[in-house]
Design a binder for this molecule. Structure first.
Ligand code: CMP
Length: 140
């Protein structure tokens, strides 16, 4: 089915100047960028976005990292978009990410891991709504 998923290019990858290279991978895989913006998250915003991880030991580091610089946020749309994006990203820990995936090629560590992608249909809906009102998504 045609799905939408939320993708974030994290501060490490933005700083490395590889937004275009990552966008190319989305487009080459048949995913369309139907909404996009650059944002520098406040601590409050990052904590709210990652609220599901609030009790995890890495939560404070995660919020600190995600507020360390601007991020590029986009909605990807296409056949099987949620799983397809997760395949393109590779495993959360870049050391475990398959060769040729975004994290294998551009990420440094499990914290600075270049990209975020929604992990299922429910989170995709919530995460998209966190950043974009429906009228800001230009579905084609
Ligand atoms: P992301 O997909 O953005 O979702 C939560 C983030 O927490 C994850 O990517 C990682 O960058 C970060 N993180 C740090 N440590 C861990 C861990 N042990 N397990 C999962 N995520 C972690």
């Amino acid at each position: 089915a045609i799905e939408r998923t939320l993708s974030i290019i994290k501060p490490d990858a933005v700083a490395k100047n590889v937004i275009g290279k990552i966008y190319q991978r989305f487009e080459d895989a048949g995913l369309k960028i139907v909404a996009a913006k650059m944002v520098w998250l406040s601590e409050k915003e990052a904590a709210a976005f990652y609220a599901v991880h609030k009790e995890r030991p890495f939560f404070n580091d995660l919020v600190r990292f995600m507020t360390s610089g601007p991020v590029m946020v986009q909605v990807l749309e296409g056949e099987n978009a949620i799983a397809k994006n997760r395949e393109l990203m590779g495993a959360t820990d870049p050391k475990k990410a398959a060769p040729g995936t975004i994290r294998a090629d551009f990420a440094e560590s499990i914290d600075a891991n270049a990209v975020h992608g929604s992990d299922g249909p429910d989170t995709a809906r919530t995460e998209i709504a966190f950043f974009f009102p429906e009228m800001a998504i230009y579905s084609r």
